[in-house]
Design a protein around this ligand. Structure first.
Ligand SMILES: NC(=O)c1ccc[n+]([C@@H]2O[C@H](COP(=O)([O-])OP(=O)(O)OC[C@H]3O[C@@H](n4cnc5c(N)ncnc54)[C@H](O)[C@@H]3O)[C@@H](O)[C@H]2O)c1
Length: 241
């Protein structure tokens, strides 16, 4: 059977756990040569390559990305999944947390796009998938600073798509709703009532799974999406937050 990402060289950030880990596994199943990256050490599934570096460390990031290019001769796909969240009501927002979120969720993403797009263009192009959030599209109380970082992802995706199109590089974003990851279960499992209220506002009646997000990323990364660029694909079960 035809696989979506056969032999495509794919770099996925924030892949030690959660959504990124599932994206890495799904891409490998679809035939990709996967480089899973994270700042924490981890044991990837068999057949997946591991790179440990912090995406805010420009020197380490360049070294890691160039090592992939040297080993494989090309880079076809970048998924900018690594991200952090600090939830605070407006009155409680702490500047250091906001700056850290912007450094990881926005500035490092820009710098990775800068680095990888140069290498992609040497081989006629590629596909970049950024991870935004439903909070950027619909708003969410207690997530003003975080949602601003994810709104920045929407804007930079659209501009990068226009700028990089002549080099054959497509740039899209996936905007997940609430995803049931291990971290989510730790945070909310004890508070079933609050979650039931959130689910009431999701038309499809359930939270997202990491597979839902990975499926959307695989599609956008693949040649099946070859005429799609500058789009923000909501994967939120038709939520109204
Ligand atoms: N989980 C959700 O409900 C949800 C909803 C919408 C969007 N998102 C976004 O999806 C992405 C993944 O979320 P998740 O829930 O799987 O998060 P997670 O915290 O479970 O995993 C994030 C991974 O990124 C890594 N990471 C963080 N900062 C890094 C850095 N500076 N350098 C390298 N790696 C770094 C972490 O070590 C971790 O392994 C994030 O961008 C998040 O904002 C998540």
């Amino acid at each position: 059977m035809e696989r979506l990402l056969e032999n495509k060289v794919c770099i996925i950030t924030g892949a030690a756990q959660g959504i990124g880990c599932k994206i890495a596994q799904q891409f490998a199943q679809e035939g990709a040569i996967v480089y899973a990256c994270d700042r924490q050490d981890f044991t990837p599934q068999e057949g997946i390559n591991k790179l440990v570096f912090d995406i805010t460390d420009a020197v380490a990031a360049k070294q890691a990305i160039v090592s992939v290019f040297k080993a494989e001769g090309r880079i076809d796909v970048l998924v900018n999944n690594a991200g952090v969240v600090f939830n605070r009501k407006i009155g409680m927002i702490i500047r250091e947390e906001t700056e850290l979120m912007f450094r990881i969720n926005v500035i490092a993403v820009l710098e990775l796009i800068q680095l990888v797009s140069r290498l992609m263009s040497r081989n006629g192009g590629g596909s970049i998938v950024n991870i935004s959030s439903v909070t950027a599209q619909l708003g969410s109380p207690g997530q003003v600073a975080y949602s601003a970082t994810k709104g920045a992802i929407i804007s930079l995706t659209k501009s990068a798509a226009k700028e990089l199109a002549p080099q054959g590089i497509r740039v899209n974003a996936v905007a997940p709703g609430i995803v049931k990851t291990e971290r989510f279960e730790e945070l909310y499992e004890s508070d079933g009532q609050k979650i039931d209220k959130r689910i009431e506002r999701i038309a499809l009646g359930r939270l997202a799974t990491p597979e839902d997000i990975a499926n959307a990323c695989a599609f956008l990364a693949s040649d099946k999406a070859s005429y799609i660029s500058g789009e923000i694909l909501g994967v939120n079960g038709c939520a109204s937050i």
